[in-house]
Design a protein around this ligand. Structure first.
Ligand code: NAP
Length: 319
């Protein structure tokens, strides 16, 4: 099979297309024929060597969707041809095939395309965990999604709208602002404009958002503390550096700052997330937005694109 391989950490140019043997399933494993791969920012952090170092060489990627190709002798719930999305794999997803334990495949409803299926696991699970398991979001609350035009932000917008929150969503381009409104935000503000924090205060009548989902904490955490409501909560989803920060804001507002990493989710809470995700897809209130597609061999270009400003949904690779 064709696969992308990293044999040294570095820039996007270390992503090479190679030929590897087709994976064969153990008794409780399946092999998935991948039709679309989801590219996540964390794939670039790992590739650069900055985060969660992997033994070399490795094939990147956590997200993908496709169909079951081969099954192990103990597998009863899946048969070849079944549509699925992945919640991780044993061999990496930037490839034509991936070896998975049976618990790493989930059913993909017919009306969801493979490209959309590749946008499910990391973005939608992260958004759900941030909103409901870490942020304790409740209907009627004011929610600020600080960075809503990317994979996680659009997923959070759809979950929150279906749950009855009042959503202020930020993006950095006109196209991103249109997208977040299309996906259910009540108000859209540009996080590159000088006065958007004042607009958040005005929209919430001076009270501030009850909950903030933060995609770039090293830039925004101090602003979030200035904006958040008394007794409010900030959930840190994304961070790319350090900041000079005064904790007094948390003290004076009894505000809570919760970190989260999807990979810390306990198995029983992950089961809840996947059940909620399947219900949302079947009912139609979750509908992943795919922004750009690249052929698998252009993984290098996809890694460059995902770190550039102007997100408009998910970037996927097509093997
Ligand atoms: P993405 O698709 O690349 O989207 C990035 C988002 O950040 C876009 O909406 C972008 O908006 C926005 N952004 C850029 N500059 C900003 C600023 N100054 N203030 C606020 N937002 C800004 O990435 P993603 O998949 O949605 O992930 C978002 C972040 O969460 C990444 O840092 C990622 O590594 C992290 N993440 C963490 C977890 C976890 O478990 N903790 C899981 C998944 C992702 P514009 O491009 O429109 O400016």
């Amino acid at each position: 099979m064709r696969a992308i391989q990293v044999s040294q950490f570095g820039g996007p140019e270390v992503l090479h297309l190679v030929d590897l043997p087709d994976p064969q399933p153990g008794p409780e494993q399946v092999v998935v024929r991948i039709h679309a791969v989801g590219v996540n920012p964390v794939d670039t952090y790992i590739r650069s060597g900055a985060y969660g170092q992997r033994p070399l060489p490795y094939t990147p990627g956590t997200d993908a969707a496709g169909e079951i190709l081969r099954i192990g002798s103990e597998i009863q719930d899946w048969k070849p041809g079944d549509r699925c999305y992945l919640t991780g794999s044993q061999t990496g997803t930037y490839a034509e095939q991936a070896l998975c334990h049976s618990y790493q495949v989930q059913p993909l409803p017919e009306k969801i395309t493979y490209q959309q299926g590749a946008a499910l696991y990391v973005p939608y699970s992260t958004a759900y965990r941030a909103l409901f398991q870490r942020g304790n979001a409740r209907p009627g609350q004011w929610l600020l999604i600080h960075g809503a035009s990317g994979g996680v932000g659009l997923a959070a917008t759809q979950w929150a709208r279906a749950t009855g929150l009042q959503i202020i969503a930020t993006a950095g381009t006109d196209e991103g602002l249109r997208q977040v409104l299309d996906q259910g935000a009540h108000r859209a503000l540009n996080h590159r404009s000088a006065d958007y924090r004042q607009q958040v205060a005005d929209l919430t009548e001076g009270k501030g958002p009850d909950l903030i989902l933060e995609m770039l904490a090293n830039v925004n955490l101090q602003h979030d503390l200035d904006m958040v409501a008394k007794y409010g909560t900030i959930v840190i989803i994304g961070n790319r550096g350090n900041l000079d920060f005064n904790p007094r804001g948390a003290m004076s507002k009894d505000a809570s700052i919760h970190g989260m990493s999807l990979f810390n989710t306990p198995p029983e809470l992950m089961e809840q997330i996947q059940a909620a995700l399947l219900a949302g897809l079947e009912q139609g209130f979750l509908n992943p937005i795919v922004g750009r597609e690249f052929p698998l061999e252009e993984a290098c270009a996809a890694h460059t694109a995902i770190l550039q400003p102007g997100a408009m949904g998910k970037i996927v690779l097509i093997p």
